[in-house]
Design a protein around this ligand. Sequence first.
Ligand SMILES: [Zn+2]
Length: 231
Amino acid sequence: MDRSRHIIVLLGPPGSGKGTHSAFLREHLGIPSISTGEILRAEVQSRSVVGRRVEAAMRAGKLVSDHLVNRIVASRIGHREFRGGFLLDGYPRTADQAAFLDGHLTCMGMPAPLVLHLDCPDDVLVQRMTSRRSCGHCGRLYNLLFHPPARPGRCDHDDSPLLQRLDDSEAVIRTRLEAYQRVAEPLIAWYRPGNYHRLDASRGAAHLHARLRQILAPEAAVLASSELAVA
Ligand SMILES: [Zn+2]
């Protein structure tokens, strides 16, 4: 089994900063990511048999079934570009998908995933997401906490008024977070006994990136020594 391959599962609720930290990990480890949203959209565009089934589920406003998502991700993982490792974003979403992934990785002779869980209190997530604003004219995004406009309530670019999306109201966000937790709890219980690390996502990016470097250090050391062995 090749321990130098990084297979990373990044878990976290909406608003936990998954996008930012996923970009950091990709760069730090030099691995590509597999985003379920992206591959499902690509599958639909390809007009394949599987793609048409995905499209039908999406049209009906249903989640794509575990079975279908598993099949699509498994076929994607087999691509040459992912041989050196990859980061999974948006998958697995359920404990059943996680069980499938474990079995599939074992079959492929790949190591079990390193699981990074961006945990964050709901109140912090609500505060972050209710602070989002966008320009009604040019669509530029702001966050009153992290990236406020120079003049309150006005776009830096064109001075148009900033708006809050209805989806970013507290009630809608709390409902979304509750739905997320219901599915995430069994998923996290599945991973906890393995190579699982909980990170406090309410902390700043600098703290989190230092923690990630620390967690990944032994793996990076293995990677370096395998490179030496090749040289
Ligand atoms: Zn604007």
